[in-house]
Structures are given as C-alpha cells and as structure tokens.
Design a binder for this molecule. Sequence first.
Ligand code: AMP
Ligand code: ZN
Length: 114
Amino acid sequence: MGDCLFCKIAASQIPAKVVYSDEELVAFDDISPQAPMHVLIIPVEHVSGVGSLSSAHDALVGRAMRLAARLAAERGFGESGYRIVINSGPDAGQSVQHLHVHVMAGRAFEWPAG
Ligand code: AMP
Ligand code: ZN
C-alpha cells in the first residue's frame, strides 16, 4: 500500500480532478479519458481489487455503484447510457492495484468489450 498511486490521490498527496469525495469514496477524472466522461471511483481504504473485497465492503461497493449512476446522470447520461467497468488482473488490463470503478459515457461502446 505504501507507494500506491490511488491511495495518494485519496489522501490529496498528488493532484487529481476530484469530482466527489466522502469518508469512504473518492471520484476523480481519469488522466487519460477514453470517453467524454471517464471518472474513476475508488475506496479511500486500500483494497487491491475485487478479489480482495470481503463482506465488510458490501455496503461500500453498493454505494460506489449508486455513485457511478448518480455521476453519470448528473452529467446528462442517465438516459443515453454509460458503462461501468472494473478491471481485475493482467488479462483485463488492471494497471493500478487499488480497486477502481471506471464510469464512462458520452459515446457508444462496443460489446463484447475488447
Ligand atoms: P486500469 O487499467 O483498469 O487499472 O485503470 C487505471 C486507470 O487509471 C487508467 O484508465 C489510467 O488512465 C488511470 N490513471 C493512471 N494514473 C492516473 C492519475 N494520476 N490520475 C487519474 N487517473 C489515472
Ligand atoms: Zn491504494
């Protein structure tokens, strides 16, 4: 956890365009957006990925999902749609080992995902 990029963002030790924060969750714009809206939602607590979640995190994950929907709706994408993605492990392309939820909107997404 010591040198974790997203822990540092959660602690305001490195800058990010934070769009929401509370005691448990922080949301900020992705530094390399892949869609007109590309926000990352992270827990303040260091959790390395979905595989490290326990039942103690159930409410936190629920709140993160509802925050994703709310942020997309607030930006006008509630009806047109958005994509919520959590990458887990190397085959999925997880590059930061701190759980993060991608919320992307503003263009049409292909399915199945690449
Ligand atoms: P993933 O590939 O699922 O692990 O996603 C990591 C995401 O973090 C990528 O979309 C990156 O563009 C994003 N990212 C990396 N460094 C930063 C940073 N300093 N601020 C905001 N987003 C970042
Ligand atoms: Zn971390």
